[in-house]
Design a protein around this ligand. Structure first.
Ligand code: PLP
Length: 277
């Protein structure tokens, strides 16, 4: 079952107009929200970010938070798995002419949910690889836009190179991953790019910071260079579907001689507590 414009229907019955601006222009925003033990994790934070994305592109939020919660929970009632990943997208709607500028339209709302399989700590301890690339994206990466061409190009590169993620840099400063936020540990301190228009304000990023505080790890929300990344003691990426993954190899070079760090282990454990709280 999926949700489309007020109705719960079979996915193969869900259709949108070719004049939908989401289809024509990628004129829309989205959210990905994890569900653990049948409970939507950090729904309020996701709804706040959704509101910020909508405000930035002048789409009126079609529902209030209670209505969103009701719709999402109803959709989940059709799902069997206790762990899910909800995908919701709002496009500006269907226009009569293909024109870049817009009038007020009824937004198109589409939601689906799919089983989520979190990796075990044991599996994560194997470590993952990444490559680095210049950040060619626009200057409003804070908007969770459905226009994802650059991210698609990076993710395809990651797939072809058989690595987990592409880590991006502007100038020589690391911004984030193509589909994640990025963190390093250097001499016991956690560094991550500050909130700005050059990164998505990840919900998991906030949870990583919350967990790091519990682990008494000092935090600096300042950017770091590619060189600092290469010589980091630990390197992690975070996202709602991948949680917190240790990266032990970048561009073919080992981080911390390929070892998983203690800071990651502590932060991972606190994150699991938050998930199961
Ligand atoms: N940065 C980018 C570019 C992303 O696409 C994502 C998630 O898809 C994130 C960061 C992490 O955000 P969140 O933790 O809210 O999933």
């Amino acid at each position: 079952m999926v949700f489309l414009n007020g109705e719960f229907i079979e996915k193969n019955q869900a259709h949108i107009s070719v004049m939908d601006r989401g289809f024509l222009f990628g004129d829309g925003v989205y959210e990905v929200i994890p569900v653990y033990n049948n409970k939507i994790f950090r729904l309020n934070a996701h709804l706040l970010r959704l509101q910020a994305s909508l405000n930035s592109i002048k789409i009126k939020n079609p529902y209030n938070p209670q209505k969103w919660s009701d719709i999402l929970n109803k959709l989940l009632s059709f799902c069997n798995n206790q762990e899910q990943s909800i995908y919701l997208q709002i496009s500006r709607g269907v226009s009569s002419k293909r024109k870049h500028s817009f009038n007020d339209l009824a937004p198109t709302v589409y939601i689906e949910s799919n089983p989520l399989q979190s990796k075990t700590k044991q599996a994560l301890k194997a470590g993952f690889s990444a490559i680095t690339q210049p950040d060619i994206r626009w200057h409003r990466c804070d908007i969770k836009s459905t226009s994802l061409l650059a991210n698609i190009m990076y993710s395809q590169q990651a797939k072809e190179k058989n690595v987990e993620e592409v880590i991006l840099y502007r100038g020589n400063q690391v911004t984030e991953g193509a589909t994640s936020n990025v963190f390093i540990i250097k001499n016991g301190t956690l560094f991550t790019h500050p909130i700005s228009t050059h990164i998505l304000p990840g919900i998991t990023r906030d949870l990583v910071l919350e967990s790091a505080r519990k682990c008494h790890i000092p935090i600096k929300k300042t950017s770091f260079s590619i060189n600092e990344l290469n010589t980091a003691d630990e390197l992690w990426i975070s996202s709602s579907t991948r949680e917190i993954m240790p990266i032990t190899q970048v561009d073919g070079k080992l981080i911390n001689r390929g070892n998983i760090g203690n800071a990651w282990s502590c932060v991972y454990d606190y994150y699991q507590n938050l998930k199961n709280a």
